[in-house]
Design a protein around this ligand. Sequence first.
Ligand SMILES: C[S@@+](CC[C@H](N)C(=O)[O-])C[C@H]1O[C@@H](n2cnc3c(N)ncnc32)[C@H](O)[C@@H]1O
Length: 120
Amino acid sequence: MGGVDAIHMPPASRVLYLGAASGTIVSHVSDIVGLESLVYSVEFSHRSGRDLIIVAKKRTNIVPIIEDARHPLKYRMLVGMVDTIFADVAQPDQARIVSLNAQHFGRMAGILLFQLRLSA
Ligand SMILES: C[S@@+](CC[C@H](N)C(=O)[O-])C[C@H]1O[C@@H](n2cnc3c(N)ncnc32)[C@H](O)[C@@H]1O
């Protein structure tokens, strides 16, 4: 794993992944947490969501959710409390989106991971 397994996602932790796209990095998270865990993967693009669902069919710990992460109430019946929220929505209001999701699904002592995409 080259150290990437030490990013606050120990085996069996539950992860809410916002901005799953076609599931490339989600599949790595799926490997890191292992089959006894769940990776709730939210993506609002239906095109990317189709690929995400194909990835989820092969990996039983991925729960694909094709919804807008700005509206967590729409998927609250699918998602339990999570240990870690991984955000890669690449939106200007990413912090607000994470905060909304943390209010619904985050544990008091949970972890937030932001992927920051910086342009020159
Ligand atoms: C930078 S890409 C993520 C790449 C992905 N994490 C990977 O490398 O495997 C950002 C993704 O977030 C999705 N996205 C942006 N805003 C969103 C929102 N409000 N709700 C759900 N998905 C969103 C986009 O459709 C896009 O697929």
